[in-house]
Design a binder for this molecule. Sequence first.
Ligand SMILES: NC(=O)c1ccc[n+]([C@@H]2O[C@H](COP(=O)([O-])OP(=O)(O)OC[C@H]3O[C@@H](n4cnc5c(N)ncnc54)[C@H](O)[C@@H]3O)[C@@H](O)[C@H]2O)c1
Ligand SMILES: N[C@H](CO)Cc1c[nH]c[nH+]1
Length: 441
Amino acid sequence: MLKKINNNGNISQIATKFQGRKTNVSEEVNQIVQNIVDDIRAKGDEALFDYAKKLDGYKLTKENLTVTPAERVAGLEKIDPDYLRILQRAKKQIEEFHKHQLGNSWTTYKENGVIMGQIARPLERVALYVPGGTAAYPSTVIMNAVPALLAGVEDLVIITPVKADGLVNPNILAAAEVCGISTIYKVGGAQAVAAVAYGTSSIPKVDKIVGPGNLFVATAKKICYGIVDIDMIAGPSEVLIIADEYANPKYVAADLMAQAEHDKLASAILVTTSEKLVVLVNKELDRQVKSLERREIIESSIENYGGAILVDTLDEAFEVSNQLAPEHLEILTQDSLAQLPKVKNAGSIFLGEYTPEPLGDYMSGSNHVLPTGGTAKFYSGLGVYSFVKYSTFSYYPKAILATFKDDVEAFAESEGLTAHANSIAVRFDEADEAKNTNKGE
Ligand SMILES: NC(=O)c1ccc[n+]([C@@H]2O[C@H](COP(=O)([O-])OP(=O)(O)OC[C@H]3O[C@@H](n4cnc5c(N)ncnc54)[C@H](O)[C@@H]3O)[C@@H](O)[C@H]2O)c1
Ligand SMILES: N[C@H](CO)Cc1c[nH]c[nH+]1
């Protein structure tokens, strides 16, 4: 049952409550994760193996740390060929979408001989975190891998937790196979993040860690940021649905629960102009939840982090949504496309009643690794750009440098940086001018 959240025009109060699920828990979790990171940093493999045993029940050693070729073959034998077809189809869809993000190198040649530009280069070594706690996410393998491969990353490894049996879910093995990733470390949680961030004697350090995870994973990424790059804080899932009186309550309820089922900390919020819709959605929630396998998680997340916000106008609904900056925003109103310009902050936007958010989780082509907890105000979802860094370059002929000489020297002196000024000045020493051999430049 969606609790009514009183709007009262005080949007920031609602935002604080919504984002509170991140900050309240973080305070509690932060210390646990900091200890894990410190231990891995100080003791490397030894601490990694201890945490794997303590938290996931797996007796990890140097020898059983990665998925072996035999395990891969055994896992893949369990896969239905039609499942492989579905994975291939998803990969193709995601590739098509992400190809539009390619190509950010550029060069400009000026008439005066100056050449300037920017070169995009792929990161060399990246770890993809694939959650494996309460559910297995083969879709996340593809969502992480496709943009990385398109960017040209050559060394891609997966980190994913295993339980006591030490087996990686065959569907994850299949997704890794479809993407051509062969190194899979059987470690998850904060300890895996710290291990790839700092490197241990069995796991080489990476340049970047991408992918979603629970609060422990998200907090570890935050703590390790700077030692490595991270994509964003992609934590417990969220959906916010903006709906008017024409929305179908059956679809609204189904879509709220589709995100609520991820995690007890997931959040599902309806913002609507129609009080009647809230009543009907609640009836649908009660009816549909009975047949869903993850009923307990759904009921818990909707009870604690779900709600219905009643607003007077759709414009007000968008103000609320922009303040909350949800991971997923569904717009279930008349003429949904016309509403798009009103969205300022959202990870991924789903327009109209036949673009349910789970289509984007698997097949629409857009990425499902997205910012959560209000961070869509400043983070973007995963894309090719997440795996690329840029170097700028410039080439100036002497005659053009001469036209900047006095201004650059004065600018440098204004900062008290006389060595900077000198670096320009020495190039115009009269004595050198006479014997300058580098005339072409
Ligand atoms: N935002 C996105 O793009 C996106 C996409 C997919 C999934 N998700 C989210 O990813 C998350 C997946 O979470 P999950 O738990 O299923 O898998 P997970 O792999 O993220 O976390 C499991 C690990 O957490 C660690 N852990 C569990 N309890 C702990 C404790 N008390 N102390 C220290 N470490 C502990 C364990 O090492 C365990 O292996 C969900 O929150 C889901 O909503 C987000
Ligand atoms: N909805 C998740 C992002 O929050 C992604 C996902 C994976 N599998 C299903 N859904």
